[in-house]
Ligand binder design. Sequence first.
Ligand code: KG4
Ligand code: ZN
Length: 363
Amino acid sequence: MATDTASLVLGIETTCDETAAAVVERRSDGSGRILSNIVHSQIEDHAPFGGVVPEIAARAHVDLLDGIVARAMQQAAVNFKNLSGVAAAAGPGLIGGVIVGLTTAKAIALVHNTPLIAVNHLEAHALTPRLTDALAFPYCLFLASGGHTQIVAVLGVGNYVRLGTTVDDAMGEAFDKVAKMLGLPYPGGPQVERAAASGDAERFAFPRPMLGRPDANFSLSGLKTAVRNEASRLSPLEPQDINDLCAGFQAAALESTADRLHVGLRIFRERFGAPHALVAAGGVAANQAIRGALQQVATAAGTQFMIPPPALCTDNGAMIAWAGAERLALGLVDSLEFAPRARWLLDANVTTPAKFANTRAGF
Ligand code: KG4
Ligand code: ZN
């Protein structure tokens, strides 16, 4: 039964390399307030390996999570007995970490006799703009992170339609791989952006993947290979070569993204009418050049562009707590039997052909 009263929800995020917990209040008018939001990034643990090592991530979550939950509760000045519910990201993600977060949430739910909400991590990204702004459904979400690249019609809580997805690499993954092949440190996205700022985007004629295609899908591996071929042709690379390769790659990724979103917004309008906003989320949305391009796409489509603050774009506990609170308000709670999920499509009605499945294990 729906219970649309004010609620206090603890949220736990452990699907990748952030160990995070937060307490969020959802008022009966649907507005939200973050009471605490503690995020521990494990970047330092994984950087020597050039990417996230699942086993190291899972062990770090075990070591850190209890302390981070305690800090989140303390900073929010909330007692467990005052919680309306406890939410955990139950997938999709690296299974070891998901197990740690979901099991912790189940233990809290059991001990304190409070409802459990098993949240889809992607749904949490999708609902975040409703935490920070009074955004009404429906809206169009562009989600681009290390594991996902999707255009999603957000029609209501639990009601999502994927309009486009990557057929190979995720966008953040492509940034990370380009950085790695050019000898830049992990995570590569910000490094590529920085190098691109001093580079000449015109020097190399890189392909613009999927440009002009009538569907709203993405492809990034051909572009990545083109960068690799150019880099090995020029090897050994001078600093200016690296800057120019980054600038060329980013410009191509950006032009392709703008084109894909242009199509995505057109499909959205045809199927669901005008969206209330184009929203960007995920780590790649931190890229200033991409933000600029998305703003232009939104303006051309006659809709507003919204982007949560950077700390809420990247993985965090507040987005999980908020998605939990939104579900709780509709009476959508889960049993303690809920099983962790390495893969979990946001749009359960869409079946993903194998070739569309993301290449990163666990997503
Ligand atoms: O959402 P996120 O923090 O974690 C998940 O992957 O779920 O996204 C991280 C990804 C990484 O691949 C990182 O390289 C990319 O977002 N990223 C960026 C930028 N900042 C982070 N990509 C391009 N430009 C950036 N400034
Ligand atoms: Zn994420």
